[in-house]
Design a protein around this ligand. Sequence first.
Ligand SMILES: [Fe+2]
Length: 393
Amino acid sequence: MSEKITFAPISYTGWGSLEHLEEEVKRFNAKKILLVTDPFLEELGLTNNIVVPLEQAGIEVDTYTEVVPEPPLAIGEKVVAYTREHQFDLVIGLGGGSALDLTKIAGVLATHEGKVEDYLNLTGTKKIQSKGIPTILVPTTSGTGSEITNISVLSLETTKDVIAHDYLLADVAIVDPALTISLPSKITAATGVDALTHAVEAYISKFASPISDALALQAIRLISKSIRTAVKNGTDKQARSDMSYGSYLAGLAFFNAGVAGVHALAYPIGGQFHIAHGDSNAVLLPYVMGYIRQSCEKRMKDIYEAMGFSATNLSQTEASYKCVIELKRLVEDVNIPSTLKGFNITEDALEGLTNDAIEQKRILARSPLPLLKEDIYEIYKSAFNGVIIEKQK
Ligand SMILES: [Fe+2]
């Protein structure tokens, strides 16, 4: 099997890497910039790190803060209309996955006609034709991987859809852990487990390759080592740095190998109950991995070791069991409810969730164990009850 590997965009990583922003903006000869960001980042003053040096360099920066978590299609339409109307020559995204996803859409659709809706993956009628205006993405969370992928997620009424094209890839990503220091522990936990899930799912994906494996395992090492510290003590520089590199590596891993069952089942939870993407993944991670364990024992043993545990005296089967238990423990340790009941989801919702999840065919196709409708229902039930079960042979 051959695979396409994408290592874009040009990236600056590590503490203080935001210092490269101005030189990159000047490289594009940009004079009028749109900054897309979360409103609370402006309140915190974090936007000053971008606006002040650029304005001092004589560059006009317009700050757009109409970003909400899990952004609905209407927000996408608004930001694209605004970008077209004011004829910016570069868009910077500063924030979590929502701000970055909207930036990618704004950049590429600034030079296209029609509505955002026309370009949706499942129901769209138009194709993206050209690159759009340049984009620079600056994440302030360590989780989504949006800064390095070619995909933007939008919320529809009860589900989600995406716009995906290589032209959505940013021109530059600046991944500076210093920007994550003020991130509240609840968001650190949710985004951190999202990043871990990217790495775990990329590693067990049917489309994994030696390249994505290397990225995924190093991401699992860094995140497992530091997520608890980053959640408890957000000012710990080493932990924030590990989470930043871990999330970036996990993003590259899943961009190339894809995510699988956990994400497929998490999307309906986000869509129907408006639960944050990271939390939706976290509450399912141990149950999906427990259910499919027998289909990827060797790989789960590797994950267990990458999480920092010794499997020297364990069989592959024993290590894979322990891996599931440690994933559950990690979610609990960062204070995310480990059952659907904990998110006030009732048992009568499981059928509706199953009906939506089965539609995520593209994602489900990467699961090493084929997940049919009855399997998906069993996994939701297992996450509802908080009891790990596995596929009956
Ligand atoms: Fe994710």
